[in-house]
Design a protein around this ligand. Sequence first.
Ligand code: AMP
Ligand code: GLY
Length: 420
Amino acid sequence: MNILVLGGGGREHALAWAILQNPKCDRLIVAPGNAGIEQIAECASFDICDGGAVVEFAEAEAIDFVVIGPEAPLAAGVADRLAEAGIPAFGPSAAAARLEASKRFTKEICDAAGAPTAAWARFDDAEPARAYIRQQGAPIVVKADGLAAGKGVIVAMTEDEALAAIDEMFSGTFGAAGAEVVIEEFMEGEEASFFVLCDGETVLPVGTAQDHKRVGEGDTGPNTGGMGAYSPAPVMTPEVTEAALERIVKPTMAEMARRGTPYRGVLYVGLMIKDGAPRLVEYNVRFGDPECQALMMRLGAQALDLMLAAAEGRLAERKVNWAEDFAMTVVLASRGYPGGYTRGSVIGGLEDLPETSWEMMFHAGTTEVDGKITATGGRVLNATARGRTLQEARDRAYAMAEAVDWPEGFYRSDIGWRAL
Ligand code: AMP
Ligand code: GLY
């Protein structure tokens, strides 16, 4: 098969790496890719959010299957354009991608499906929103309705913080994403991510993970896209997993199908777990980044078969071959991230790293300049490893991170602390 992966982060490097292990893959192209992906696959450059451009490229290159990595092309309807052109693709339609693109939509679906989640209210004016916050008190959570690149959620510990968040949202900081605001009850508990594939009907769990969102050691400091992750998540016991599937995921999928917008692809189920009871924090319509890197390390070649089955409505025939293993990914980021940082610093020591089915350095924000790998983003590299224990996975991942010669970069030294 000729396979096209859309995206250019650590998630897509891990997807490409797993796809290449599968003998069904004859040719792999990634758009736009990055310097690490370039070492294992062909890279191409076109606007991956332009459905017409994606279809044109896929037809010209005789692509048999497209894997859509990030949420932006999904929300822009790239899966819909590919379906119209008869090209099989992994990823939901724009209508189904609203589970990530609109917080309000997700809340309405949860209410219709009876899925446990935080109590909520929506506002498109600042004054009633302020009154609601004064009435509810803090802590309370303020969210821009639309996609805001991970920055549209303010967990306010005081009423003043929440009121300031309302002012910011309605001042236009978040553009159209903030024109509508969802205000939610603050949920206590432990967070975990649950990943399931869905083919419109059948739901198949493909792993659990926990990530570290704060930039600093001990989970302190500003929020980031994720500084590391590990899989599985110990808090996702068989009982919690079953409860999440039966009370949250399956009713949501049934409601999506009932509305004529069945969900096909991977659903990232963000959960808050307290006293063994999971409640939904959010859905994402893609694999998590960096959670995907740990998941792909564990799934390996079967990831492609599972994604094909989800795209073709054959998930009922499939099961995941689980190994008794653990995986961890440690993010190497540019100094200053998630604030300002410089681009273009040279990263050394990458040539000598091991590349096995147990350990891989996945690239996120890298590009090659004059034969040298240089940093182009905030999150730059993902040292990812598998082991028979989480400690073994951790030791391998950190050995790779330490071997990198990059004075302009940093990483957290305590990824996985909760589980170790
Ligand atoms: P979201 O973009 O909805 O995932 O929110 C980002 C982060 O904010 C989540 O991972 C949680 O840590 C936190 N969060 C979101 N909603 C709530 C809530 N209702 N209660 C407590 N924490 C929340
Ligand atoms: N790691 C969090 C996310 O992918 O949204």
